[in-house]
Design a binder for this molecule. Sequence first.
Ligand code: KG4
Ligand code: ZN
Length: 336
Amino acid sequence: MYILGMESSCDETSAAVLRATDEGFEVLSNIVASQIETHRLYGGVVPEIASRAHIEAVTGVTTEALATAGITLGDLNGIAVTAYPGLIGALLVGVNFGKSLAYANDIPLVAVDHIKAHVAAAYLTEAPPKPPFLALVVSGGHTALFDVVDYTDFRQIGGTRDDAAGEAFDKIGRVIGLPYPGGAALDRLAYEGNAAAIKLPSPALGGDTLDFSFSGLKTAALNYINHCNQQETPVPRADLAASVTAAVVSGIVQKTEQALLQTGYKALVMAGGVAANTHLREALAALATRHGVQFTVPARALCGDNGAMVAAAGYFELLRGNLADVTLNASASDAI
Ligand code: KG4
Ligand code: ZN
């Protein structure tokens, strides 16, 4: 079975071909056209520019994905497209392209939830987890804990009440002069600093809740930078990166541990762009070992937005018969 996965929810236009057999998945192609360089000029994603860039890239990435996989449209058993959540104009490009392709070639169409797709990247690893399991999704737009009851059935049990983890990294990174998006550069810089140098609030909310709040941490870091500027002392960038990283990592570990105990699950998946963070990968692997839990995190290249994860999520929707038709619309929010 061949599935084409299409992603255009934010600043990456991607198309991928996934081959699904009884033995598992094989990613035959995964073409990603990133717009990061364009948005870097503005220090963040500009939605209108993103939509236009998706329009320019979508035909090319799709053609290349099919060619690299060595198949034609006629070989496809399904087209999976990210339909929500994300930037509405950006999503509409992928949804309309996927819809047209499916309709014109009589190929089944499936709508994919971007968050579920991030988790589905875990099925593209060598030892894929099987639901039920606990999933932590950490990205530029989301930070949430899910009880993954089944491949297509997710129940959110915790989430951020304000900013996402990646958003906090990016905003702090921007103020200390790191290129957009600051997450990856801050990850590297943190190795050069002292994590105990600056005291910052934890993003883990107290008590039984599995919710997070990153706005207090972000504000405290920005206040610290302002204070340095007022004192005309240089900002200790590496110490700040290390201290912010330590606060984010320990807050996420705390709530994930609580969620593991609450659900009793023996398998944990971490996914999303921030799952590429090396400090977080190490800390969650250690947490899983302490609890005797199977830990799966996608390869770093599959943590960011890509079409392969969409194809993997779409495969399970297709199996369940959850088909979309030409009336499919996109949605900026978490559900259609
Ligand atoms: O999943 P993603 O590509 O897009 C969304 O769905 O939001 O995530 C992008 C986020 C950005 O905030 C970026 O800074 C962050 O992932 N990111 C990282 C790292 N690599 C990417 N954050 C921390 N450490 C990294 N190594
Ligand atoms: Zn994403």
